[in-house]
Design a binder for this molecule. Structure first.
Ligand code: 4AD
Length: 465
């Protein structure tokens, strides 16, 4: 009797056993008219299947039929596991399957991109080209145009499992710390982060927009005495940013919590949460990280068990000492964030750290000014490899100050009047933060573009597939 077995589980231990596998015909090769080889791939794992003419089971017609299969067709194979005497090159599994029966379940049409080419690293591509192989370099746009095929590469199989684990740990950790999950509306009346980067729409005759963040409603839930909450959901930004790290839609991981005395209570959640996440990824996603690194080589993230915190002032000072002059009350540009990341790595040995007490002028209207110096704010950003993944802060819970801050930043307070009103009936001091899921995965894996970690990315030029 044959048992359904996953390709990734085919090992020496199954030698001489009969198995059933389902996967894609990654490559098909005929040797004369008596033998064909099919490499079968299932979720990034590959095994070589050998079809040889045998009097009792395999006919010449069958060998011919197999040779005529199209790449990426889904096939069922029944056969016996064998261990060849020589090492098998080009497959993940070190055993073969001697085929007795083979069925085509779903035939693939001619492919617009070659999955094997799409799965190669830059180094492998260079080598292959130098060796005179013909291959087509699959560029990012072509990949995204054919995303369903592109997703089949081992690296992508890894990336989206890693993404899932990031969400998992975020949820598990926060629940264990007494948080619970909420679902805030994505159709809202006005901008939640200030600025013009909103998708406007007509809501039954009333002007509305897609939420730029759960910011306003997660704070309103705090006014509803929810204490400690989080949300995982879509975030929409209509920005015309053509960068490696901006999307028009991304997945936001948001947290909001009451605080007793100081905004450091929020940073006390961020540090351990991310350390737990990185530990878990390294431990539980080792295979996936390896698959990503095979195509996109990267060094494991360096982080400390206790997350480093620097003030914005200290950051500015470090840059100054390195000869970089920055406005002490302005924001850091991308280049200076990177530079500071380098300096922090050299001095403290970590690529993950918190920068806090930002100048008030560069933070959103709902950010609480520092009580000892209102030129600064009770806010922070968090960086991985010199790029921002989180921003957070204590919020203004005093309605008069909130109105004043919103007006000062040119926000039409009419559009957020119900939000401001929420603070009129007693509001606890509170703070929180927002994380971009795609950015976390991109930077943890040292990838160069956020489109690689978004399943079907949305950017200013892309609404399909
Ligand atoms: O820095 P942002 O805009 O902050 C907020 O939305 C606040 N409401 C968060 C808070 O609770 N104070 O966005 C938060 C995170 C960023 O650190 C970044 O990781 C990600 O969201 N992000 C984007 N990711 C992809 N594409 C974009 N256009 C992004 N904009 C922000």
């Amino acid at each position: 009797v044959s048992h359904w077995t996953e390709v990734g589980n085919l090992t020496n231990a199954l030698e001489n056993q009969s198995v059933l596998i389902r996967g894609r015909a990654q490559t098909i090769r005929a040797v004369g008219n008596k033998m064909s080889f099919v490499v079968v791939r299932e979720r990034g794992f590959t095994v070589q299947c050998v079809v040889t003419v045998q009097l009792d089971t395999v006919s010449r017609q069958m060998v011919k039929y197999v040779a005529g299969l199209s790449r990426e067709s889904i096939i069922d194979v029944e056969g016996v596991v064998s261990v060849p005497s020589v090492e098998i090159k080009g497959t993940t599994q070190q055993v073969e399957v001697q085929v007795r029966k083979l069925y085509c379940v779903s035939r693939a049409a001619v492919l617009p991109i070659n999955i094997e080419d799409a799965a190669r690293s830059d180094v492998e591509i260079e080598k292959a080209l130098q060796a005179g192989e013909t291959l087509v370099r699959v560029n990012q746009d072509t990949r995204l145009n054919n995303r369903v095929l592109d997703l089949r590469t081992p690296a992508n199989q890894g990336i989206f499992r890693i993404q899932s684990q990031v969400g998992n740990i975020f949820r598990q950790f926060l629940i264990s710390e007494g948080f619970f999950e909420i679902h805030s509306p994505k159709l809202i009346a006005g901008s939640s982060e200030g600025g013009a980067a909103v998708f406007k729409l007509n809501y039954k005759g009333q002007e509305a927009c897609l939420a730029q963040s759960p910011q306003l409603h997660k704070q309103m839930a705090i006014c509803g005495d929810f204490g400690r909450i989080f949300e995982i959901g879509p975030v929409f930004r209509a920005e015309d940013s053509f960068t490696h790290r901006h999307l028009c839609e991304f997945t936001g991981l948001d947290v909001e919590m009451e605080i007793k005395r100081h905004y450091s209570e929020v940073m006390d959640v961020v540090g351990p949460l991310f350390v737990a996440m990185f530990d878990s990824l390294n431990k539980n996603c080792a295979k996936e990280l390896e698959a990503v690194a095979r195509q996109y080589p990267f060094q494991p993230l360096k982080y400390l068990p206790e997350t480093l915190r620097l003030t914005f002032e200290e950051g500015v000072q470090m840059l100054k000492e390195a000869g970089v002059e920055v406005d002490p009350f302005g924001d850091l540009n991308t280049e200076n964030e990177r530079k500071l990341g380098q300096l922090v790595l050299e001095k403290y040995g970590t690529e993950f750290y918190i920068l806090h007490r930002y100048p008030l002028a560069v933070r959103p209207f709902y950010t609480m000014p520092c009580h000892d110096n209102p030129a600064y704010s009770n806010s922070f950003d968090v960086f991985i490899r010199g790029e921002e993944i989180i921003s957070g802060a204590q919020r203004v819970h005093v309605p008069e100050l909130l109105t004043e801050r919103a007006q000062a930043l040119g926000i039409d307070v009419k559009t957020i009047s119900t939000y401001i009103d929420s603070f009129r009936y007693g509001a606890p001091p509170h703070g929180g933060f927002g994380v971009g899921l795609e950015r976390v995965v991109m930077l943890f894996c040292g990838l160069n573009n956020i489109r690689k970690t978004s399943l079907f990315p949305r950017d200013p030029l892309r609404l399909a597939p």
